[in-house]
Ligand binder design. Structure first.
Ligand SMILES: C[S@@+](CC[C@H](N)C(=O)[O-])C[C@H]1O[C@@H](n2cnc3c(N)ncnc32)[C@H](O)[C@@H]1O
Length: 353
């Protein structure tokens, strides 16, 4: 990527992020203690079990449809889907109704997912557009939207400019620069356009396209879409672009393709996009409230009752990490949308909260 930028000139932050993320997931072994970061499904099986329970509940509330398209976006190592499918076995009729679809662009992660899912029959897709739309659908994701590229607009001299990444010949390193952004007004909410000097507004056109398409998908098929990620419930200012390597924050422009580059998710934008697709979007909640409402505390006690002493000591720590406001409980948000007019109330959400 550096050679490309040196030869052809600067690229937008969104293009930089797109290239860095796809190169990273094509080669890296990012997950777990030995990798760069740990995600909720890898912290504890409790997380995937709660999502599996949530899916089964939606299916029951919908009158137990005979065919269910269960999809996960960006399944990483496949841990979440493995835990969902294991939980689904508690309702054999539900388990039998499932056809499993995984949206994943990285060939090496597809191989890890296949290994994690054993004899489960799965179909892999590069893009959400390939998901079948002929059955009641349950579409879930964890830390998928944060990997989708963001554009960064910055307020300079009373106008909006866009941040680019270019090569600094003198310092022999990548650096940020700015260029005029004629289309900024189309991406920034009207109430935020007259911002103080230096304000940064991030938007992810790709995330909006995905949310809108998934809104249209659910509006057509019925079912629900559930997305969990770190981010803010309402659109606002802030530079949230970040890189992580070996469990430490790193320079976003250092070693592109070797680090996990993400940005916080603008859930306000996802709400608008999914609604524009025709779905009924429930009020965004936090991961802590969501998991507690699903009964994660009680499930943790049951798990501990059958665990080794070492596991018994670990379970409360994992539970705290997933749900405490000071850990992942507040920073991580949960959004859900379903078909308009659906009588179901997805567990963990309140209609018209
Ligand atoms: C941070 S990981 C999350 C993994 C998993 N959901 C978890 O919670 O452990 C991001 C995942 O999204 C995938 N991904 C990133 N960009 C993608 C894209 N544009 N289309 C499909 N998958 C993508 C990555 O390959 C990876 O599986």
């Amino acid at each position: 990527m550096i050679a490309h930028i040196r030869t052809h000139g600067g690229i937008s932050v969104a293009e930089y992020m797109q290239c860095a993320v796809s190169a990273y997931y094509a080669h890296a072994r990012p997950f777990g203690k030995e990798g760069d970061f740990v995600t909720s499904p890898d912290i504890s099986q409790l997380f995937g079990e709660m999502i599996g329970l949530w899916c089964a509940d939606i299916w029951m509330q919908a009158g137990k449809p005979a065919r269910v398209m269960l999809a996960e976006l960006g399944p990483g190592r496949g841990t979440l889907m493995a835990d969902i499918l294991r939980t689904a076995r508690n309702w054999p009729e539900f388990h039998a109704a499932l056809s499993v679809h995984l949206v994943e662009t990285s060939p090496q992660l597809r191989a890890q997912q296949a290994a994690a899912l054993g004899d489960a029959v799965c179909a892999w897709h590069d893009d959400i557009g390939a998901l079948p739309q002929d059955a009641f659908s349950l579409i879930v994701s964890n830390e998928f939207f944060d990997a989708l590229p963001v554009r960064q607009f910055i307020r300079r001299h009373g106008a909006w400019q866009e941040r680019y990444v270019q090569w600094d010949e003198a310092e022999e390193t990548l650096c940020f620069t700015c260029r005029a952004a004629d289309d900024a007004a189309a991406h920034i909410p009207p109430t935020l356009q007259d911002a103080p000097e230096g304000s940064v507004f991030e938007c992810s056109p790709q995330s909006r396209r995905v949310a809108q398409a998934l809104g249209a998908h659910i509006a057509k098929t019925g079912g629900a879409c559930l997305a969990i990620d770190y981010g803010h419930a309402q659109s606002g200012f802030g530079d949230t672009l970040q890189a992580v390597s070996r469990h430490q924050y790193a320079d976003v422009l250092d070693a592109p393709g070797m680090r996990d580059v993400t940005a916080h998710v603008d859930f306000g934008a996802l709400v608008h996009a999914a609604a524009a697709g025709g779905a009924d979007v429930l009020p965004v909640t936090t991961q802590g409230k969501f998991l507690n409402a699903l009964g994660i505390q009680m499930r943790a006690q049951k798990l501990a009752a059958r665990a080794t002493p070492q596991q018994q000591a670990q379970i409360p720590l994992d539970l705290h990490r997933l749900t405490a406001p000071s850990a992942m409980g507040d920073l991580f948000k949960v959004i859900c949308w379903q078909q308009k007019g659906s009588a179901a109330t997805p567990a963990g959400f309140e209609k018209g909260e």
